[in-house]
Structure formats: C-alpha cells, structure tokens
Design a protein. Structure first.
Length: 553
C-alpha cells in the first residue's frame, strides 16, 4: 500500500523535475545512462534538501503508465553496476515493484548525496536543469562540497583583542543605528554600557571581540588582528581611456565607510532632454541607495579567508563597479531578484546578522531587487554582474545611451522586471534558455534566430542600451537636428562640447571618430548656414550656439 501511495504521489507531479525521472524502459535500460541518472538524481536530491530522488521505469514522459518487463536478474545487474562505478560507492536504497492499472512499474529510490560528497558516475558528476540531464555545474558541485565546511569566519573570537581595540566613535554611531532599527528599545538602549550593547547587537560574543567587531568597529590600527584577512577597501578613479587618475585606501571601521567612499564618487547630475512630461529634468547618475547597497553587499559577502580587498572603480565614462572576493552563493542573480523569499545560507552569517542589526543591510532579499528597479525606473541599464574567477563584480551604469530608447521604455510601463532582465541579457549578448527565448518571442519582444537574437526595434529602449543593428544604421539627420533644437529650447545655449555630448554617442557605430566629428560639423553647417535654424554668438574657435530669431518666434 505504501508503494502504491508513493507511485501515486510521484505521478501527481505536474512534470519531471530535478529529482524525478520517468522512463518507458519496456524490457531493458542502458546501464551507462542509468548511472548518469543515478549521479544526477542523487546530487539534485542533496541540493534540494530531499532524502531521495526517484527514477520510474514503465512510465512515459507524459506519465502514461505502460509497464515494464525488466526482471529481478536485470535489477540485480543494475545494482551491481551502480555500486561498482559510482564514487563514493553507492546503490539504490530500494526498488519498489507496483502494479498500476494492470501494468508493472518499477520505482528506483536513489539516496541523496552525502554532505560534502557529490556522487560521480565513472569519474564524472551529473546534475539536472529542470528535465535535462547534463554535467553538474561547478557552482552546484561547490555547493555540495562546501557542506562539510560550515565554519563561520566572521564569528571567530580574537582572544587577545579587547574593547579598547574598537573605535569609540564607531561604537557610538553603531548605537544610533541600532536605535533606529529598534525604536521601541530606544530608552533601554541608553542604559546599556558599551560591552552590553555590543553583545545585544550581536557584534561581540559574551564580551569577546570577534572578527566582525574588528571589521565593523575596529580602529584602523586594529586590522592586524584579523590577519591574513584584510579590512581594506580601495577606491580607484579612471578616465574614459581606463587610465588611473586617483585612488585611496580605506580600512576599518567599515560601519561608516560608505559615507567616505560615497563622498569620493562624483555623483553628477544626469540631464534628460525633456519631452512633454515624460522625463524628469535631471537625476543623480548614481542613486545613493545603490552605492550603499552595493558596497555593503561587498562587505557582508566578501570571502575574507582569501585575503583579498574590496575594490571600487569609478570611471569618468559614467559607470562604477564594486568587486569582492569569493563565489556568489545563490544560484543566480536572476533567482535573487525574482525570488519572494530570502537566502537560506550566507557565507558570513554572524557578520550579516550584525549588519542587519545596525541597519546596514536587510536579509529579506529586497536589496538587489531594489537596485534593479531603481535603474529601470531611471531608464538606465540594469546592474551587470560578473561572477567569474571566484569573485563578484557588479557594474552600475549612470547614464542612458539614447534619450529615444529611454522614451520607449517609459511608453511600455507594463513590462515586468523579469522581461526587462531578459531583454537586458539580449542587449548584452548573453545566453538565454529555450524557455526564456520562447517567452520573449511570444510577446514579440525579440527577433532573429538562435544564437543571433536581437531586441525588436519597437522595444529596443527597454534595456537602456541600443540594439546593434540600430547602432550601425543610426538616425536621419532631421532627428539629430531636432535634438539640438530641443536642447537649445531647454538650455538656451550650447557649446561644441554640449552638442558632442548630446549626439556623438548615437551616431552610426560604423563611423570612426573623425567621420563622426565631420558629420556633426555638417549638421551644424546645415542648421546655421542653409536652414538658418541656429546662429553662433561665440567665436569660430569657441562657438556658442543659440536658436535663430525666426526659430524662437
């Protein structure tokens, strides 16, 4: 009866998933293929916190029960083959034989991989992506291997450090932040001495200094206590050619380092060309929340055991990046942004808890999602994550490429964040799954054939970047002329640099720098000499363009 209930439960699943596989196998099943499925289902059961995975023989993919004639001798051969060729050596927990509607079904119960030990078949580890069988990803392999190393570096005690090694100013600031986080305890918090406060805020443990305490509140000269780890953040300013112009190092205490680094980053005003009431007049290039969230995420999730430092690079071309050492623990950025629940695991659990208590971050998964929405609402490209080389690097672009693309995004407000994320990936020539492509094509948001997809021309603005074919084609001269006229109506005058900044980047990409400059000169000549739309109040060397009297009228 138990076996029948198990079969009915498995058949009630809407479709195959990472831990369930249906096979027809009317009279036999390839042993090598069975071994690959054993490895995959065992590993996926571990990753999904399930005790077992299941492979059913005598059932089609659509869950139609057809039955199997595989006998006990064959089953014993399968068990022996699995036992001999898996590592760590393993086999089926049970093989259940169930009769369903006159058909015989076999349920092979596969135990989950042990913690820290992914299961391989003939030297290769396998996994699943939905219904598909393939190699176990490096990310999932590392997730399983990390299960035996649950030590939290951030909670380790530094026996020879004491409260004198912490900054009194930082402690006082932390107390204010803790009050803001816990307003109902405000009066009570005032009665606590520093030692009690640090314990209550879970920065120290029973009065003893932790690595977390040094990172967040330590004096700069106390950094040596966490050696070989470092409490170091480096800000670097680069010009448009990626040449370093300035830099500065910051050490602990990290609790107020955001204000110091934020003061270094040039947060210029980004001006929109107003079109009706569609756009605000201007916005900050970088929303202060994004700077704060990105930097605090680096502090919270840095792998301090690697001895690296956090790096903030500001580029005068309108972007800033934040990089921390250590692999990204969640499965993907998309999963974090679209998930309705917080992460279940953190690298530095104690540090994350302390930062939450001090109002530096949250753990409900909303921080990165809010960063995406802020960029989307400003019509800027979405945050771009690079998770390669055992690091996490997020780049924030503080500008739009073309006002007309931004206007198009404003005209399509009903697109979901999921859809915009996918379109952003298309614009950046990243790979999409077949299901993602199907979803975008169903709404006619993309065109082309795999792998050469591009955003449909009527929604190309959604990513805040240009689709490549529009970049090559450019616009008609009338379009550029109208942009210049609109600019002069708004700001009254324009220098050569103003006009270059306005349209240089949206000229056809097939033109080189000299050709683009010549095109701008031709446009200005046409507007001033032929059409008499604008006139020069300055000199030939330093022009100051204004609208002509006839145009003003």
């Amino acid at each position: 009866m138990k076996d029948e209930n198990l079969l009915n439960q498995l058949l009630s699943i809407e479709t195959e998933n990472e831990i369930i596989e249906f096979k027809t196998a009317e009279n036999q099943f390839d042993k090598d293929k069975l071994g690959r499925y054993f490895s995959a289902l065992s590993n996926e059961a571990n990753l999904n916190n399930q005790e077992f995975g299941y492979l059913l023989m005598g059932v089609k993919d659509d869950k139609t029960v057809v039955g199997t004639t595989i006998n006990n001798n064959q089953i014993n051969d399968y068990k022996l083959e699995i036992s001999n060729s898996t590592s760590p050596r393993n086999s089926f927990s049970n093989v259940y034989e169930v009769n369903k509607d006159g058909h015989r079904v076999l349920i092979f119960e596969i135990p989950a991989a042990q913690k820290g030990q992914p299961v391989s078949w003939k030297g290769h580890c396998y996994g699943r992506d939905g219904e598909s069988l393939g190699a176990l990803s490096d990310y999932d392999r590392d997730r399983i291997k990390a299960q035996t190393n649950q030590k939290d570096w951030s909670a380790e005690i530094i026996e020879y450090a004491n409260i004198e090694d912490l900054s009194k100013t930082a402690i006082d600031f932390a107390r204010l932040q803790y009050k803001e986080k816990n307003p109902k305890l405000k009066d009570e918090i005032d009665t606590w001495n520093d030692e009690l406060f640090l314990d209550k805020a879970k920065i120290t443990i029973k009065g003893k200094i932790t690595n977390t305490a040094i990172l967040l509140l330590g004096k700069p000269e106390s950094e040596h206590f966490i050696n070989p780890a470092t409490a170091r953040i480096t800000w670097i300013l680069k010009d448009k050619d990626n040449v370093e112009k300035d830099y500065e190092h910051f050490s602990c205490p990290f609790i107020n380092v955001t204000e110091q680094i934020g003061a270094k980053i040039r947060n210029l005003k980004y001006r929109y060309i107003k079109s009706g009431t569609l756009f605000p007049d201007e916005v900050d290039q970088y929303d202060p929340y994004i700077i704060r969230e990105a930097l605090h995420n680096c502090i919270a999730h840095q792998d301090y055991t690697l001895g690296g430092k956090i790096i903030v690079v500001e580029n005068e071309d309108g972007w800033v990046s934040f990089t921390n050492a250590g692999a990204f623990i969640p499965k993907s950025i998309e999963e974090v942004v679209t998930s309705d629940s917080p992460e279940s695991k953190y690298r530095n659990t104690f540090l994350v808890g302390a930062m939450v208590n001090l109002n530096m971050i949250d753990t409900i998964g909303s921080g990165i999602k809010r960063m995406f929405r802020i960029q989307k609402d400003k019509f800027f490209p979405l945050p771009d994550y690079d998770l390669s080389n055992n690091k996490v690097k997020v780049t924030i672009i503080g500008k739009i490429v073309d006002i007309n693309y931004a206007r198009k995004l404003a005209e399509l407000p009903d697109l979901s964040l999921d859809e915009i994320i996918l379109l952003d990936k298309i614009a950046k020539q990243k790979t999409l799954s077949d299901n993602e492509v199907k979803a975008l094509k169903a709404k006619r948001l993309i065109e082309g054939r795999k792998p050469n997809f591009h955003i449909s021309s009527d929604v190309a603005a959604i990513t805040g970047e240009k689709a490549s074919y529009i970049r090559q084609r450019g616009f008609k001269d009338d379009h550029y002329k109208k942009m210049i006229i609109d600019y002069l109506k708004k700001y009254e005058t324009a220098s050569k640099k103003d006009i270059d900044d306005l349209i240089l980047d949206i000229l056809p990409s097939v033109l080189d720098k000299n050709q683009k400059e010549n095109k701008i000169r031709n446009i200005i000549y046409s507007m001033s000499k032929k059409e008499q739309l604008i006139e020069n109040e300055g000199t030939n060397r330093n022009p100051k363009w204004i609208l002509s009297l006839s145009k003003k009228e």
